[in-house]
Write a protein that binds this ligand. Structure first.
Ligand code: HMG
Ligand code: MG
Length: 301
């Protein structure tokens, strides 16, 4: 067991993972304003949208517009999800310098999510990562369903390692391990990190927890003990994967910041401004978001 990191980086995925599941249309200008408020709260990495097929994810059909219209703050990395070279080209045309490729550790979720088997996905992502790296971009790779699959049930560390190693061989800069359906417990996190750390240095790993069963904060605490210092989160706890039935939002960014600051770990995020940014999206959507610190602040008036 290592000591806790002094500083942790949060990757804000609300504008992508949070909004991708929204049924109603969130106007582009509201997304742009939200991203700006998240940056103003001190978040230094923001996943702003997805350049996937608009028929698959209609809520993010305005990806190019969002990327072109955001106000770029100095020192902030703005990134987007891309499933293939076509998505990469759209992201680059819209001026982005950081992208994330994604695939699943389980076969069925991979097919439902991106319409290809795991074996068919590797060459597509290989080409995408190669072109992105040749263009000097930062590339993250996600392994989804790393703890469980909505269609196949439990997923073993061995399955995750198989996909993770292929992604790392492609030349990604960072690997984000996704608990897509929010099923992991700290015991599962330890088992996976025990296996992964033999192969991947902790500095290249990020963890991406959905909070479906309320375990995300405990899971982050367990991962901190392994020296993990990048965590994904969504302001307000907005979100879910449309191709994972029953999946709910990511752990709320304000709850991660509260946890980390309480443990004496720096994030560079101003919790009050972050809660105000979460409240902005909550007001726009007109329904309560699950983030606990957002709820507590609202209850306090
Ligand atoms: P497909 O239909 O198999 O694509 O979809 P295709 O390659 O056969 O092409 C069919 C048509 O789509 C062609 O157009 C392509 O040009 C077009 P046509 O010739 O018929 O006119 N096309 C595109 N158009 C725009 N942008 C593109 C693109 N690519 C092809 N990038 C595809 C395959 C991957 C595109 C589709 O399945 C897709 O878009 N899936 C997205 C699913 C998704 O976004 N899921 C949610 C994100 S993953 C997630 O949430 C998990 C995560 O948060 C981590 C975790 O929680 O664990 C990351
Ligand atoms: Mg996710």
């Amino acid at each position: 067991m290592q000591s806790f990191p002094r500083r942790v980086e949060i990757v804000e995925v609300g504008p992508r993972d949070g909004l991708q599941n929204e049924r109603g249309v969130v106007p582009t200008e509201v997304k742009v304003e939200w991203i700006d408020r998240l940056g103003a709260a001190g978040l230094r990495r923001i996943e702003i949208t997805s350049f996937v097929h608009p028929k698959w994810i209609p809520a993010l059909a305005d990806a190019g517009e969002v990327a072109r219209r955001i106000r770029r703050r100095e020192g902030v990395q703005y990134s987007a999800l891309v499933p293939n070279v076509k998505g990469l080209e759209r992201a680059a045309e819209a001026g982005l310098r950081a992208v994330a490729v994604f695939m699943s550790a389980s076969e069925t979720h991979n097919v439902r999510n991106i319409n290809k088997s795991i074996a068919e996905t590797y060459p597509v992502l290989e080409e995408t990562v190669r072109e992105a790296k040749a263009a000097g971009m930062f590339v993250r790779g996600y392994v989804s369903t790393a703890f469980g699959c909505p269609y196949e049930g439990p997923v073993s560390p061995k399955q995750v390692i198989g996909v993770a190693e292929r992604l790392l061989e492609m030349g990604i800069d960072e690997l984000s391990i996704g608990d897509t359906i929010g099923i992991a417990t700290p015991g599962d996190v330890r088992r996976l990190l025990d296996a992964l750390r033999q192969r991947v240095p902790a500095e290249r790993l990020a963890l991406h927890f959905h909070d479906t069963r309320g375990m995300a904060a405990a899971n982050i605490y367990a991962a901190l003990e392994y020296g993990i210092c990048v965590f994904d989160a969504s302001a307000g706890g907005l979100g879910g994967c449309p191709y994972a039935p029953g999946a709910t939002g990511n752990v709320a960014t304000e709850d991660v910041v509260y946890l980390l600051h309480g443990c004496g770990i720096e994030t560079g995020v101003d919790l009050d401004r972050l809660i105000e940014a979460a409240a902005y999206m909550e007001d726009h959507l007109g329904r309560p978001l699950p983030g606990r610190n957002l709820r507590a602040r609202r209850a306090a008036g």
